[in-house]
Design a protein around this ligand. Sequence first.
Ligand code: AMP
Length: 398
Amino acid sequence: MSDAVLVLNAGSSSLKYQLVEPDSGDRIATGIVERIGSDDASASHEQGGATHETHGAVADHKAALHTALDLFAEAGTDLRSTRLLAVGHRVVHGGRRFSQPVVLDDDAVAAIDELSSLAPLHNPVNLAGVRAMRDIFPEVPQVAVFDTAFFHDLPAHAATYAIDDEIAQRYDIRRYGFHGTSHEYVSGAAADFLDRPADQLNLIVLHLGNGASASAVRGGRAVDTTMGLTPLEGLVMGTRSGDLDPAIVAYLERVADMDVDAVDTMLNKEAGLKGLCGDNDFRTITARIDDGDERARLAYDVYIHRLRRYIGAYMVDLGRVDAIVFTAGVGENASNVRADALTGLEGFGIAVDPEANTVRSRQARRISPDDAAVAVLVVPTDEELAIARKSAELVRAG
Ligand code: AMP
């Protein structure tokens, strides 16, 4: 095995991991441990064309890592005796401090811990993975790659909320943006596909997964994005509302006897497509629409309306758009979303070729007519490869 990076993405009750060769991009193994903290946790590990599974109690993230190491061993790789180049951790919130990946020493871990008030659902569990790996592999460099980093240098007019400046400064309230590793990776891959230098391209990137965000990228640098202080702002998502009148929060507290945590949970976990129609998977929603289901239809229409609003905003922001890029689970697979998001924009040089749009592929591809002024692309994202490459680059730089 040449140099390999173990990439970890620790969520509240799950741990996803991949063993990646950053230079070739080859995946040696991928796996997930789910329902961490329960007696009926399960783990699934794919390596060399075979799947290895296990079920049972997994108490915490450290136990989940031991489960993963056992599955690696079962598949024939003893990670404890393998020379890993690095462990790359996806860390959601880098706050004002982190604009680049960082090697995790005690100081960096403490700084990420301090940012937990901004990302209470994410940073503590990301750190649980970091701490467990530092214990298990004390000699392997641990690298944090931040979801916010690509948006660290947003122009002030895009990053600033129109609230009391002193309060904003005191409590670090600004628009941070998330999914940055994906937006950056996809921007680079789009430039490669178009065979043009990234610093000469203006792009609108639409990362549409269960979480969803859009960004405007000018010459390789993000100039605006839809997510804000937290990943709640912006587009309609699987279970998150995206934008709403902030007065709704206070109104619900007054009239619906909901406290702030109940409203927060509702907006993050029970809103979006799920709140609108009970489902958050586009395959189910599309099937329901085909069956004439009106709630699913409205959910879809609200989703598309919000998406088009931001596409319009970013066209104005950028002035000239070279490409609109769809990525992530919905963006890569839902041809109806791609077509409906861009319908009626021929006057702006934007069109989707119906035949090209229905092609299914894991490769980057163009779905606009060849003569359209704006290229419309589908570019599969690969956050794990991006994290592996950034981690390798940092460690090799010494
Ligand atoms: P992600 O968060 O990027 O993994 O995206 C997950 C979401 O992608 C799911 O909730 C689905 O809504 C959507 N998705 C995945 N596969 C398909 C598909 N074949 N057609 C439509 N939507 C899909």
